[in-house]
Design a protein around this ligand. Structure first.
Ligand code: C2E
Ligand code: MG
Ligand code: MG
Ligand code: MG
Length: 292
């Protein structure tokens, strides 16, 4: 009987696996049409300088409004886009679209913003990337230094010579380089100093724990001290509470990003959100009908 049970379980397991495989295949096919079907959209999460504090710019974050799967978050489809190589075309679109939209907003409001854009490993190594960035800057008359390209820590660890060259090529355009999700990988401090890095974003897991866990606070402190001694600026990502905000501000973080200030905002709501900055924090939320 145990054997029969085991076999049944195996069957169930197998058919679940098969269903998941089919779903993934379907999603990949849908994703390959998402660009031409205009199903991709950028949300913008505000970035604040820590000391003043003032709004300095936005991180562009992809969302997929799939006709078949509904509203899909990047954690679900970016891995598929990387596997299939679609990330190159999608990433190119993100760069152009973010520069175009934020450029539009800047003209509308008469002020400049910084834009942060995520780069996946595959995109970084693509030959055309510097040209795509250059064109997006020129077409929108952007200062290169107002664009920050975010790469994850593990890019520094793998194929380091190739990646180093690719990073140098885009940094030569005058754009800034940030290391995203810093602290969860294994890069040592000496590693970072070998790359032309302008910013480090401390991973949100340390920020969410720093108010309660002395070890996380120690990590946050060490990262900031190390970065500053190398001339690198630091962003605290995932700041949700006023306790966390005062800790990272006291620890001399340079920039803040997180739900405390705002969730990612759809482009069409940005002007309204920016205007509401003059109001107290509790009135500042934009109503959004869809999950963020
Ligand atoms: P990321 O680059 O580290 O972006 C920050 C993520 O943390 C975003 O999730 C953001 O919504 C979330 N976040 C911000 N503040 C808080 C907070 O206070 N609390 C919590 N719990 N979360 C917060 P999102 O938008 O789901 O994006 C997830 C990841 O997907 C990004 O992580 C990035 O690695 C990737 N991604 C998003 N857009 C793109 C893109 O255009 N290209 C590439 N290659 N990757 C992208
Ligand atoms: Mg990022
Ligand atoms: Mg991050
Ligand atoms: Mg990330």
């Amino acid at each position: 009987e145990a054997k029969a049970n085991g076999r049944n379980r195996f069957h169930v397991f197998n058919s679940e696996m098969a269903a998941a495989t089919i779903a993934r295949k379907r999603m990949k096919e849908d994703l390959s049409r998402a660009l031409e079907e205009h199903e991709l959209e950028l949300y913008y999460q505000p970035l604040f300088s820590a000391q003043e504090p003032t709004l300095t710019g936005f991180e562009a974050l992809l969302r997929w409004r799939s006709k078949s799967a509904g509203f899909v978050m990047p954690s679900e489809f970016i891995p598929l886009a990387e596997e299939t190589g679609l990330i190159v075309a999608i990433g190119e679109w993100v760069i152009r679209e973010a520069c175009r939209q934020v450029g539009h907003l800047e003209r509308q409001l008469g002020r400049e913003f910084e834009i942060s854009i995520n780069l996946s490993p595959r995109q970084l190594l693509h030959d055309k990337l510097p040209q795509v960035i250059q064109e997006a800057l020129e077409e929108n008359c952007r200062r290169p230094s107002s664009l920050k390209m975010e790469i994850t820590e593990n890019i520094l660890m793998t194929d380091s010579k190739l990646n180093q060259a690719a990073i140098l090529r885009i940094r030569d355009l005058g754009v800034r380089i940030a290391i995203d999700d810093f602290g969860i990988g294994f890069s040592s401090l000496s590693y970072i100093s070998r790359f032309p890095v302008d910013w480090i974003k401390i991973d949100k897991s340390f920020i969410s724990d720093c108010a309660n866990d002395p070890a996380s606070l120690a990590v946050v402190r060490a990262i900031i001290a190390m970065a500053h001694s190398l001339g690198i600026h630091v962003t605290a990502e995932g700041v949700e509470t006023s306790d966390q905000l005062s800790i990272v501000t006291n620890e001399d973080c340079d920039a803040i990003q997180g739900y405390y200030y705002s969730r990612p905002v759809p482009f069409s709501d940005l002007p309204r959100w920016i205007k509401s900055l003059a109001e107290p924090l509790e009135n500042r939320c934009v109503e959004v009908a869809i999950p963020l």
